[in-house]
Design a protein around this ligand. Structure first.
Ligand code: HXC
Length: 257
């Protein structure tokens, strides 16, 4: 891996993917996104990992897709290279992914954070979809996810002007879970990850799938999936253990079975 670092031994059950192109503010070139895809595929299969954190540097989560790599491409080049297809793995990852964002999260960087399941932000974070300023538009879900996260009026303003949102604004609009001082964003992401990692990975995975479905389908289909997944948790020993532990007033011991 040239442009990312993967660590899975900082805390039990929590893996960290660090984007690592600091000089280019973690601009997302194709190789970097292929590395993220491959890492997510491996971590999703690894039983010793239950929650994944993606982070950048203090200065930049990611300043967007690599403009220099795209600048001279034709529409047909873009279509044939189809670089955004590598992003599908983020959406397909079954384990929860937390984005720990400091500094710039712009264009594809904002889209990457929004493709994760939750966002913990440093007070220095800046979110935006400035593609309009370079004659293009969001291409990795920004028009859809930002609109669903913060509503049409504000999303339209950001996407049509390229303005940035501060971390605090992003939190107040519901894009971000929590804003913390800049020394704390990674720590806070680990705290959230550790809390989730203690729970039944079976139930967490099914619950994540169900919440995501609410973005992808109409209510009827989403409710049907939710109900099916709820019933399915009763096939796990974790559900038996969790409910039995409650009855016995003790801490559950979840095995992921
Ligand atoms: C390639 C980038 C880059 C990017 C920064 N750099 N962003 N290179 N692609 N997206 C490089 C700069 O060229 C520079 O390298 C170095 O990183 C530092 O950047 P500066 O501009 O000197 O830093 P600063 O003045 O602090 O400004 C920071 C910034 C600005 C506001 C974030 O860099 C910026 O506006 N970047 C582009 C943001 C953007 O438009 N993103 C959307 C991209 S399109 P050199 O070597 O030149 O000094 C997109 C579409 C997604 O994301 C579609 C799905 C894949």
């Amino acid at each position: 891996m040239e442009f990312i670092k993967v660590t899975d031994n900082k805390e039990p059950y929590v893996a960290l993917i660090e984007l690592n192109r600091p000089k280019e503010l973690n601009a997302l070139n194709r190789q970097l996104m292929e590395e993220v895809r491959d890492a997510l595929q491996q971590l999703d299969k690894n039983d010793a990992v239950r929650v994944i954190i993606i982070t950048g540097s203090e200065q930049a989560f990611a300043a967007g897709a690599d403009i220099k790599q795209m600048a001279d491409k034709t529409a047909i080049d873009m279509l044939m290279i189809d670089q955004i297809s590598t992003w599908d793995q983020i959406r397909k990852t079954k384990k929860p992914i937390i984005a720990a964002v400091s500094g710039f999260a712009l264009g594809g960087g904002c889209e990457l954070a929004m493709t994760c399941d939750m966002i913990i932000a440093s007070e220095t974070a800046k979110f935006g979809q400035p593609e309009i300023k370079i004659g293009t538009m969001p291409g990795a879900g920004g028009t859809q996810r930002l609109t669903k996260a913060i509503g049409k009026a504000k999303a339209m303003e950001l996407i049509l002007t390229g303005r940035f949102l501060s971390a605090e604004e992003a939190r107040s609009y519901g894009l971000v879970n929590k804003v913390v001082p800049k020394e704390m964003y990674l720590y806070e992401a680990f705290q959230l990850a550790k809390e989730i990692a203690q729970l039944s990975p079976v139930a967490v995975q099914l619950a994540k799938e169900s919440v995501n479905r609410s973005f992808e389908t109409h209510l009827d289909e989403g409710l049907t999936l939710e109900r099916k997944n709820f019933y399915l948790t009763f096939a796990s020993t974790d559900q038996k253990e969790g409910m039995q532990a409650f009855v016995e007033k003790r801490k559950p011991d979840f095995k992921g079975k």
